[in-house]
Structures are given as C-alpha cells and as structure tokens.
Ligand binder design. Structure first.
Ligand code: ADP
Length: 484
C-alpha cells in the first residue's frame, strides 16, 4: 500500500465519544481497493447497541457544544480546515486507495471538502435572529436561531471527504452534534477526517463515526428520537426509505438524491467550451457523480462538429490506477457499477444507437471501463431514462429549443442541468424553464462552497453549502414579547 506521510491517519476504527472502536460487536469486514482488488483494511461492524451509544454520546455532548460561543466553534472549525489542508496529500491518498479516482482529482476533492469547513467556520459567527414590530402596541416579535440537536449524516462513496464536510461543518458550526455513517466502500477517509477534527479540538462525542450494516445503522438513526435531523446524500431509493423510516419520530430531513442531468448544446454554442464542459462534468470521477451530465442534447446545426470534437478528446482519456502519472479515469467502484454501464450501452445499441468510441470493459480488466460516446440516442433508451453513473456520454440530436426543454424536463429528477449558448435571451429563457435546482451555463463545473447545492422534484430536499446551508441545521424560535 502507498505509504501515508502520517501513518496514524490510517485508522481502522469507528469513533464513539472520542474512543476509537476497532472491534465491532458484529466483527469486521474487509475493505478492498477498487483498482486492484487488494485488501486495504478491516472495518468494524458495529451492532445496533453500539450505534445507540454513539447517539447517546452525541446527545450528551450537545448541551456543552451548543452553549459554546460561536467564535469558539468557529476557531475549532478553522483549525480543522487548516489540518485538512496540511494533510491533503494523505487524505487524497486514502481517497485514491478506497475510491479509485486519480490522485490529482482526489487532491481537488480534498480542497473542495476543506472549503466547506473554512466557509462554515466563518458562517458560525453570522447566525442571527431578527426583531420586528408586532401588530399590537407594546409588543415585539423576536426570532432566534437555535441548533436542531443531534444530527445523523449518511454519506455516499463517490466523494468520501466532501460529502462528510459539507454536512458536518455546518452542523458543528450551528452547534449541533453528529453521528456520521460513511459509505461502506469509503470509511478510511471518514476516520481520518474525524481524527483531524479531534486534533483540531472538536470535543469527544461531538463528531462520531459509525460503520457496519447500512440497514441496521439506518434503522437506529431513523427510529431514535434523540436524532433530530437526518442529512443524506445517496440514491433516491434509499432517500425514500429514510424519509419513511423517520416518519415515526418526525425528523428534519435534508436529502441530496439522484440526478439525471441534461446537458444541452445549442447551435450558437462555442464548440470547444461545450466539449470541455462535457468532459468536466461527464468524465470526472469516471462519471460517478450525481451532477454528472447523463443525457447530452445537441442541436442539428452543431451536432456533427460537436460529436467529432468530443470523440477525439474522449478517446484520448488515459485510464488507469489513481497513482499512475497522467491518469484521468480510474476504475468504477464495483462490479455492479460495471454491469450497469454495460447493460445501458447494450440497451442503447439494441435500440439503434451507434458506438462512436469505447463501449466495452477496458483491456486492463477489473473494474476499468472504456470512456464511451454513443450517438443516435433516443428518449426510449435506458441511458437517458436512468442515471448511468459511468463514463458514457449519450448524444441525442434535437431541432428546436422547445423540444430540448421538453426532453430535459421529462424526468422525475431535478438536480443539475447544463446549457451552452451565446444568446443571452435564450440563456434566461431556457434556464428559467429547466426544472432543476442548479443550472450550469457555459460551464460543466458548478459546485463550490459559496453556491447552494441541491435539487428539486425527486432529487431532494434542502440545500448544502452557501449562506443558506447552515439554516438546515437551525430551528427558528419566535418570542412574542409583551412590554418590550
Ligand atoms: P449509492 O448507490 O451511491 O451507493 P446508496 O443510496 O445505496 O447510494 O448509498 C448511500 C449511503 O446510504 C451509503 O452510506 C449506504 O451505506 C447508505 N445506505 C444504503 N441503504 C441504506 C439503508 N437502508 N439505511 C440507511 N443507509 C443506507
């Protein structure tokens, strides 16, 4: 295994109340590198009682943590940010090892993850209420913002660091405490982040990390009345389960769920910019992102030029293990992911699409797949109806704006959408018509800590990052003040 500069960041233990728990009541499971299949670590399988202990710890820690002045919480978060930055090479190495993305991309993810901690360290100090005049004389309306309480975060494997900090940083800034359940494929990054949080001065019990069977942990997190909020990033299917399971205890919910992002290229677009934008959103993390373009709509007049330029760039992408020099495409996360990509391509070809490049498992074997472009794709194909979550760009030809908008909105999802055009009036019109929480205009890169991330329709509830993100962890209290 690639050596970390600080070997102590390779933890194989859950964190409950400041104690590292390497023995789960249910034993442990083997964690493997998706590029090589080699064993990386043994991860504890906690049982439900251990998860309950973590919730108790977070519950006990909530009083003192929420009572600390915001400036103190801010200072601790700022130190956490500094430590993440100082250890970014090691964190990136852990991401490459367990998730498979290229090292340069992993470094980018760590910077992105750190940016949420920096941002919410600042926002911690800006939580404020209002004072308003009441309809009656001698009265005032006062509003306060208070932390929600103990939060549970359930995170996916595709951004092992950023999906944790985007939730933990605003929660801790607001005065909440947290139990994090990272994805089973990527617990090492979560453990390392929690270790750095402890070093930064986050007190025992404020940030706990639990690992084990997802259903067992999810059942406890949703049923336990001490958890006041669930924040989840993952599939719409699991989001639905968590919402249903939380009904009994009426929790606040934030959901970042699946997407099926349309990417629309109009005749008046800059072809090079559109190709670069598609490469950025489609092939980053080998297409395994919820805001990855899933369907590419290209207008008649520009279609062939765009397709030719795209195919040239995609065919040149370097596939390999994340630590190899110049690698741009890592492996897919597991065999199921490879099978899904294969089935989507087979379905498209059977229904009349054409393979412009790629299309098969990569010659390297394992979970590597060829970066692929399909042309002649139509709305009945799986590749446009479901999230492929792999390195496949399906090109659909369209004639006019109304048709593109109708096809783009023909989905239950509404997370991200992209459009490329140089006509300002068209940009306003189309951006307004797209049913989507986020719209990339002449860019494939939309996510940063300053912007609100989130979806509409069945892509989710709530927003992460930005000046709005901390509100997800705050409750508004109203004081009706007579004689004020
Ligand atoms: P993906 O398809 O990206 O793996 P999932 O929605 O399956 O997305 O997983 C996202 C997170 O949800 C992971 O941490 C996973 O362990 C967790 N998870 C999956 N099923 C459940 C469940 N029934 N209850 C709670 N968490 C779950």
């Amino acid at each position: 295994m690639q050596i970390l500069s600080d070997a102590s960041l390779l933890r194989e233990a859950a964190l409950i109340d400041g104690q590292w728990i390497s023995k789960g009541a249910g034993g442990s499971v083997v964690l493997r590198n998706p590029a090589s299949g080699n064993i990386l670590a043994h991860i504890p399988e906690l049982d439900r009682a251990q998860v309950e202990q973590a919730i108790e710890a977070a519950h006990t820690a909530f009083g003192p943590w929420s009572a600390r002045p915001p400036k103190e919480r801010s200072t601790i978060l700022r130190r956490w940010f500094d430590l993440i930055v100082a250890n970014s090479d090691d964190l990136a190495r852990l991401i490459v090892l367990e998730e498979g993305k290229p090292f340069a991309e992993a470094k980018g993810e760590v910077a992105y993850a750190a940016s949420f901690v920096e941002w919410f360290a600042e926002e911690a100090k800006r939580v404020k209420g209002d004072v308003m005049g009441a309809p009656e004389p001698g009265r005032r309306i006062v509003t306060l913002k208070e932390p929600v309480g103990v939060c549970a975060a359930i995170t996916p494997w595709n951004f092992p660091a950023a999906m944790i900090t985007r939730k933990a940083a605003p929660a801790l800034a607001a005065g909440c405490t947290m139990v994090v359940k990272p994805a089973e494929q990527t617990p090492l990054t979560a453990f390392a982040l929690a270790d750095l949080a402890s070093r930064a001065g986050v007190p025992a019990g404020v940030l706990n990390v639990v690992t084990g069977d997802a259903r067992t942990i999810g059942a406890e997190l949703t049923a336990n009345p001490k958890i006041r909020k669930i924040t989840f990033t993952g599939s719409t299917e699991v989001g639905r389960i968590l919402i249903a399971q939380s009904a009994g205890t009426i929790k606040k919910m934030s959901m970042e769920l699946g997407g099926n992002a349309p990417f629309i290229v109009f005749d008046d677009a800059d072809v090079d910019a559109a190709v670069a934008g598609l490469l950025a959103t489609k092939y980053r993390n080998t297409g395994q992102a919820c805001i990855s373009a899933n369907r590419v709509y290209v207008q008649d007049g520009i279609h062939d030029r765009f397709a030719a330029a795209l195919v040239e760039r995609v065919a040149a992408l370097r596939v390999g293990e994340g630590f190899e020099e110049g690698v741009q495409q890592g492996p897919l996360i597991d065999e199921d992911a490879v099978a899904k990509v294969e089935s989507h391509i087979a379905d498209a070809l059977a229904r009349g699409a054409t393979l412009a490049t790629g299309g098969s498992r990569h010659a390297r074997g394992g979970q590597f797949f060829e970066p692929t472009v399909l042309t002649g794709v139509t709305a009945d194909m799986l590749v446009t109806r479901e999230e492929t979550f792999g390195p496949v760009a399906p090109l659909v030809r369209f004639h006019d704006e109304a048709e593109a908008i109708a096809m783009a909105n023909d989905t239950e999802f509404g997370l991200a959408a992209y459009l490329f055009s140089r006509d300002a009036a068209r940009i306003w019109r189309v951006a307004a018509a797209l049913q989507s929480g986020m719209v990339g205009i002449n860019t494939g890169l939309i996510s940063n800590e300053i912007a609100p991330f989130g979806g509409v329709k069945q892509s989710g509830l709530g927003r992460e990052g930005s000046i709005y993100g901390i509100d997800e962890y705050l409750e508004l209290k109203y004081l009706a003040w007579e004689g004020a």
